[in-house]
Design a protein around this ligand. Structure first.
Ligand SMILES: CC(C)(COP(=O)(O)OP(=O)(O)OC[C@H]1O[C@@H](n2cnc3c(N)ncnc32)[C@H](O)[C@@H]1OP(=O)(O)O)[C@@H](O)C(=O)NCCC(=O)NCCS
Length: 169
């Protein structure tokens, strides 16, 4: 399979925050943002693999800033690393200032998707070749995040998480 770049999976979704999507403080409801990120990430994983993809785990979500009613929210998703059948997707969330048009980083998240065949069995995906400095940093750290996610899910023994353990040595 020909390797791909993160840019080839880039997915940008821009949408408004409507009253039905807010909490009592008139800020975007966390679950609504998770759903938007899941949709963008799934499109990015599909663009990378050209397969059916399913969410395997949500590894990290940071709600650093609340997102007020009426905001224009942009979710940007890119595959940061492809393993055998799984892909890590990195999401950056931006809010656009109405008057200046300047975008401020609001949140970020990391999702893992698995490519599957028609029967739901995991299937191989193309490798990825990061190009920019940020893409290379995210690629390098993705293996440790995968190991942490697998350890927390009880699917890997902590002793086998070699690269993750090296962080603490
Ligand atoms: C995701 C799913 C396909 C994994 O199936 P599985 O039987 O665990 O398959 P495997 O053990 O072969 O794992 C497949 C890949 O997923 C990765 N994976 C599985 N669980 C993971 C987790 N919690 N975190 C990170 N990666 C994970 C494995 O490391 C493996 O990656 P690799 O092939 O790139 O090395 C399966 O659990 C599933 O279908 N889950 C439901 C998905 C779904 O419906 N999502 C929507 C939720 S509403």
């Amino acid at each position: 399979m020909t390797p791909k770049t993160p840019e080839q999976s880039k997915t940008i979704m821009t949408d408004l925050v409507l009253p039905s999507e807010t909490n009592p403080l008139n800020n975007l409801f966390g679950g609504e943002l998770l759903a938007r990120m899941d949709r963008a990430a799934s499109i990015a994983a599909r663009r990378h693999s050209r397969r059916i993809v399913v969410t395997a785990s949500v590894n990290h979500v940071a709600f650093n800033r609340s997102v007020p009613l009426g905001s224009v929210v942009t979710v940007e998703a890119k595959v940061s690393r492809a393993f055998k059948t799984s892909m890590e997707v990195f999401l950056d969330v931006w809010i656009e200032d109405r008057e200046s048009g300047i975008r401020d980083k609001a949140n970020e998240a990391i999702y893992t998707f698995v490519a599957v065949d028609e029967t739901g069995r995991p299937i191989q995906v193309p490798e990825i070749e990061p190009e920019t400095k940020l893409e290379k940093e995210r690629y390098a750290a993705a293996l440790r995040r995968k190991q942490l996610s697998l350890v927390l899910a009880g699917k890997m023994k902590p002793n086998d998480a070699t690269e993750l353990k090296a962080l603490f040595e």
